[in-house]
Design a protein around this ligand. Structure first.
Ligand code: FES
Ligand SMILES: [Fe+2]
Length: 317
């Protein structure tokens, strides 16, 4: 399958204890992720000795992954050896890192090293990022297209009086926007028509984060939308959310109210993001439709820049 190069979510770090190995499907192939005391690593699932399924046979030994069938050990670059005898073929290994509580792997069909990094986010004062995951029949590019699909802010999200503080802007691997709006929550006053703004950034097709300020900038939420191409028809989407409250928190009663407001805002935004799934699923694949609007057309050109040719194809070209 054709996958755009970029960083893609593997699984939340909290789901992988130190010394654990877990399998996952990504880009039409089977992979494992394992965690040593100090780092995380991603390799193909197939042991290069006699094909052991490492999600079942792999154990972490120090900083290596050992296949328990015949005892070959693999280092972070996928080199395998047993009793001084090295395997000819390496395990395919992907660069991996942890960001915002999520394990990410860099994938490039051409096998190139990472061409960009994920943005540094301030962690001070934020609640822990909580993740949920869904698998949908869609493509990562349809999910990322939300950022340039201005009309859906009103029809799907019920945002009113929308003003762009920053129109969709494309800078190399990064797409960003900033929008002011009144949020028609569908609830009675005073939690209706809430003045709000959001900034969103996509870094490649596997990473998007949005920060939203509401109620006079007091409530600040951060969402991650992390599409992962599983196979031709399926995309796994990790949705992360966390929040922080600006301003002083008063006595106990004040703190309880703050906490309730905080949970309410997070729940509202979870509902809001869930609505996007309609756009992602109820739309024909990206390539089969034309792009009548300038922002979407520019977005599709930007997406095309993340294509890279697998090494095997380059060599035979
Ligand atoms: S199959 Fe993995 S060590 Fe032999
Ligand atoms: Fe949306």
């Amino acid at each position: 399958m054709s996958v755009h190069f970029g960083w893609y979510a593997v699984m939340p770090l909290a789901e992988l204890g130190v010394g654990k190995v877990k399998g996952f499907r990504f880009a039409g192939e089977d992979w494992v992720v394992y965690r040593t005391e100090h780092s995380v690593h991603v390799t193909e699932n197939r042991c290069q000795h006699l094909g052991g399924r490492l999600d079942r046979t792999g154990v972490v030994v120090g900083d290596r992954l050992q296949c328990s069938l015949h005892g070959y050990q693999f280092d972070a670059d996928g080199r395998g050896e047993r009793k001084g005898c090295a395997l000819h073929q390496r395990l395919k290994a992907l660069p991996a890192r942890v960001h915002s509580g999520m394990i990410f792997a860099w994938y490039d069909p051409a096998g190139e090293a990472p061409r960009f990094d994920l943005p540094a986010l301030d962690e001070q004062g934020w609640s822990p990022m909580s993740f949920r995951v869904v698998e949908l029949e869609t493509q990562p590019e349809l999910i990322m297209q939300d950022l340039v699909d201005g009309a859906h802010f009103e029809t799907i999200h019920d945002y009113r009086n929308i003003t762009y503080k920053k129109r969709p802007t494309f800078e190399e691997h990064k797409l960003s926007i900033e929008v002011l709006f009144d949020w028609d929550t569908g609830l009675p006053a005073p939690v209706n028509n809430v003045p709000a703004r959001f900034t969103s950034e996509a870094h490649g097709l596997g990473y998007q984060h949005t920060e939203t300020w509401s109620a006079g900038e007091r409530y600040h939420t951060r969402h991650l939308v992390l599409p992962v191409p599983v196979d031709e028809n399926t995309t796994r989407v990790y949705l992360g959310v966390c929040a922080r409250v600006h301003g002083r928190v008063g006595r106990l009663g004040g703190r309880v109210l703050q906490s309730a407001a905080h949970h309410f805002i997070v729940a509202m935004f979870k509902r809001d993001i869930a609505r996007d799934a309609r756009l992602w699923v109820d739309t024909y694949p990206f390539e089969t439709t034309t792009a009548p609007d300038a922002d979407v057309a520019a977005f599709r050109e930007w997406v095309a820049a993340f294509q890279s040719t697998p090494k095997a194809l380059q060599e035979t070209a």
